[in-house]
Write a protein that binds this ligand. Sequence first.
Ligand code: HEM
Length: 465
Amino acid sequence: MSRDRDTDTGTGGDSGTAAVAGPRVHTLVPGPSGWPLLGNLPRFAKDPLAFFEQLRGHGDMVSWRFGRNPCVFLSDPACIGELLTETERTFAQPALGIAFRTVMGNGVVVAWGADWRRKRSLVQPSVRPRQVKSYASTMAACAVELADTWADGARVDVRREMAALTQRIAVRTIFGVDTPADADAMGRAMDVAQQEIGKEFSGIGAVLPDWVPTPGRRRIRKAAAVIDAEVARVVARHRDGDGERPDLLSRLLTAVDETGAHLTDEEIRDETVTLYIGGHETTSSTLVWAWYLLSRSPRARAALTEELDRVLGEREPGFDDYARLTRTQSVVKETLRLYPTIWLVTGVAGEGARIGGVPMPEGTRVWTSQWSTQRDPRWFPDPETFRPERWDPVDGDEIAEYAWFPFGGGPRVCLGTRFAMVEAVLVLAVLARRFDLDVDPGDIGHVPSLTLQPDRDVTATVRAR
Ligand code: HEM
C-alpha cells in the first residue's frame, strides 16, 4: 500500500505511476453465468457499471464472457497496476473504431507500438508541468470572463456553461485562437465530432463493421472535414507568424524526434485534435460533477471556500496558487473518484501475459473499471460519501496504489493529467471564490457513454458570496 497522491506522474516520465507492489498470487474465479451464445453481453449492455460492481462481488479476478469471447475482470489494485504497466508489452489495447480514427486520425490515442512511442515522445514535452504553467493564465482568464457574466440569482445550465468554458480554454491553449469566429467554427465541428464518437462508442456503431455507412458516420466525416480545414488554416497562420507563441500548437511545430524530423502537417492535425478531444469533455464533465457534489455537501463547500478566502483573499488565482490550493485539489480528486469520467480500462492478452501469477491465454480480454474499484469499501471507507478530506496531505486516509486511477497508469497514462488538474483547480477556484452554485434538488444519475455523463440537465441558481 502506498499513498498515491501525486497526480502528476504521467507528465514527468513515460512510465506513469510508480512500480507495482510485488505481484500477488490470485485464483481466477467464475463470474455470473451467462447466455449460451451471448455470454454476459446482455447484462453488460444494459448497465455496464452495475455489471462491473456485480463482478467485483464475485472476487478480485473473475472470468466472464463478452459474447463468445473469454474475459477477465480485475478488482485488486495490485492486479490493475500489472495490467496498466504491462500495456504495450504483454497487453495490447483493442483497436479503436472508425469514429475515433476519422476524427483523431492516427494521433497518440489511436497509434500503437513504435509509432505510438515516437508520437508520445514528441507530444509529451508540450504538456510538461513547465509548459502547463504557461497555459495556466489562459485557464484562469477564461474562468474570470465567465464569472463576470454571472450574477446573484441567475439560473444557469451547468453542463452548457462548463462545456463552453473548457472549450474556450482548449481552443486558446492548444490552437492559440482568440477570435470568436475561428473558435466557434472549430468548436462547433468538434462538438459534433465528440457527440457522434460518444454515440458510436455506446450504440450500435460499436459492433458494426467499419465499412457500413450510417447517418452518424456521415456526420462525423463532415465534421472532420471542417476540423481539417480549420486546423490547416490555423497551422498556416502559425507557420507565417513571427516569433514563438505560447500555445501547444507552436510547441508541436518545433518538436523534433530522435532523427531530427518534425511532425508532418497531417501529424500536427491529428495530435492537436487528439489533445482537444481527449481533454475537453473529460474536464468539463469533471467540473459538472464537482458542482453537483459540492452543492449536496455544505461541509465540503464550506471547507473549500475557507481555503479560497485564506489563500486568495480578494485576488484571482494563478499557477503559483495551484500547490497551495490543496483542498481544491482534493475536491477534484474526490470528484474523479466518485465520477471517473473515463470509467473503463481494457487490454488484450498477448503471448506470455500473466496477472497476479495467473497466465492469461493469448486473446483474453482483461477489463477493469475506475468506477467499481474507486467505490470499493476495502480501499475507500464509506465509499459512496463525497469526502474530499480523505485526500488531505496530512490527515487523509492511506490510499492503495492503483485503487484510484482516473487518469489510467503505466506507459499510456493520460498525457494531460497535469493540464487537467491545473485547469479544474483554477476554474473551481475562480468561480467558487465568488459564487456558490445551488444545483436544483433531486438525485442526478449517470450515463456511461464515452465519458461518464449526468443523465439529465444540471440546472443551478448562482449565489454571490
Ligand atoms: C479530468 C480530465 C481527464 C481524465 C479523467 C483523463 C483520463 C484519461 C485516461 C484514463 C487515459 C488513458 C486511456 C487508456 O486507458 O488508454 C487518458 C489518455 C489520454 N489523455 Fe486524458 N484525461 C483527462 C484530461 C486530458 C487532457 C486535458 C488532455 C490534453 C490536454 C488529455 C490527453 C490525453 C491523451 C493524449 C491520452 C492518450 C495517451 C496515450 O495513449 O499515450 N487528457 N486520459
